[in-house]
Write a protein that binds this ligand. Structure first.
Ligand code: SAH
Ligand code: SF4
Length: 389
């Protein structure tokens, strides 16, 4: 049963203040109570009303009676040798979603999920194979940040500097919660818009909507193929929003100004790594001045594709560089903890799913495939820095 109370964490700062203003006014409480609660929620990221110790007990009880407070439970916390940390969160109804913290020398990036599962069915993605469970609320999206922020501070990871919507789900298929969560993270928690990246597989109306926002949130586009026919084999959405339409939308996003687009290109051996595709990719990237991330495919339990060989990835890189395109090749992160989003949940929820698949155990025994395992980061000027699905 959904909780009929208003979820405090789902409210953007202006609605948050209005709701608390009404609440405290009705209880004849001074207006400074709003600021007290605001600090506990947005600055301290407390996990329940009981922790708001400067409120009288009666006021804490009244707040709990009037508002709900999403509190994901950490089902599993896995910490990689390289410092990458993956949380598997259990939501109130038992759904599981993942977030990952990726520390690098000068940043701490958090990768968050926007849906439980995903309806897009991309053939190379563990989340896609597992299907769609439900939308996350903005409070559930924000809760991943709040809980991770507390975890990071308590474990000497420092402050989260960047957020990427590259966990489970397609953020532009959950637009209401996405937009609200962007506002809450930016205005409420003070994460700069240019430090927040929304990754999409190409939901054109959502891209145009994001272009219309005044804040300069960044956009990453999961391209994976520069030709429509090949792309439709990897991404079923290509049939609904073909490359040509996607590129038109990206030109408009680019014209909205001040925000660089990133192309994500997962390199799968023998599937989308033919040398001629590199120049097609260069054409598309130069038309919208996109930054390109080349990502070795992360093997998934559901089919037997492999990551492209290192030489092929380097060949792609040189073709792009020769065309003046900024490009980075990701190095795998967190390979020892299944840090690629969708994988931990897949192991936890669906332990038997791989058994019916051909070659289910093969990929993990193959050193070439291990190369692609895990979350990734790179040392280039990549504005998104992390990619975790
Ligand atoms: N749905 C959004 C965001 C989540 S996926 C999107 O598709 O963009 C985040 C990124 O991980 C995407 O670029 C996606 O294409 C990539 N990805 C998914 N499965 C992968 C795999 N097995 N190996 C490498 N990258 C993968
Ligand atoms: Fe969904 Fe992104 Fe995975 Fe495609 S790649 S199935 S859009 S999470």
């Amino acid at each position: 049963m959904p909780d009929p109370k208003t979820d405090l964490l789902s409210l953007p700062p202006d609605e948050f203040e209005a709701a608390l203003g009404d609440h405290f006014a009705a209880r004849n409480q001074p207006a400074y109570r709003i600021e007290q609660v605001r600090k506990w929620v947005f600055d301290e990221c407390v996990s329940n009303v009981g922790e708001m110790t400067n409120l009288p007990v009666a006021e804490r009880e009244a707040l709990s009676a009037a508002f709900s407070f999403v509190k994901p439970i950490a089902d599993t916390v896995s910490r990689s040798k390289d410092g990458t940390v993956k949380h598997l969160w259990k939501l109130a109804d038992g759904e599981l979603v993942e977030s990952v913290l990726i520390p690098t020398t000068d940043r701490l990036t958090l990768c968050i999920s926007s849906q439980a599962g995903c309806a897009m069915g991309c053939t190379f993605c563990a989340t896609g194979w597992a299907g769609f469970q439900r939308q996350l609320t903005s409070g559930e999206i924000v809760a991943q940040y709040r809980a991770s922020r507390r975890w990071a501070l308590e474990h000497d990871y420092g402050r989260i500097s960047n957020i990427v919507y590259m966990g489970m789900g397609e953020p532009l298929s959950n637009r209401r919660a996405l937009h609200s969560s962007l506002t809450i993270l930016n205005e409420g928690y003070g994460v700069g818009a240019r430090r927040i990246t929304v990754s999409t597989v190409g939901v054109v109306p959502g891209i145009l909507e994001l272009a219309g926002r005044k804040e300069q949130f960044r956009l990453a586009v999961s391209l994976h193929a520069p030709e429509s026919e090949l792309r439709s084999q990897l991404i079923p959405l290509e049939n609904r929003h073909p490359l040509e339409e996607l590129m038109d939308a990206l030109v408009r996003f680019d014209r909205a100004g001040g925000r660089r687009i990133t192309f994500e290109y997962t390199m799968i051996r023998g599937i989308n790594d033919a040398p001629r595709l590199a120049s097609g990719l260069a054409d598309l990237a130069s038309s919208v001045d996109a930054f390109v991330n080349l990502i070795p495919f992360n093997p998934i339990p559901y089919q037997d594709w492999k990551a492209s060989r290192g030489e092929r990835i380097e060949e792609f890189r040189s073709v792009l560089e020769a065309r003046g395109i900024s490009v980075a090749v990701r190095v795998p992160r967190g390979r020892d903890i299944d840090a690629a989003c969708g994988q931990l949940r897949a192991t936890r929820v669906d332990a038997n799913a791989a058994k019916g698949c051909k070659n289910a155990s093969g990929p993990l025994d193959d050193p070439d495939m291990r190369e692609g395992l895990g979350a990734s980061a790179n040392s280039g000027e990549d504005p998104t820095e992390a990619n975790l699905t």
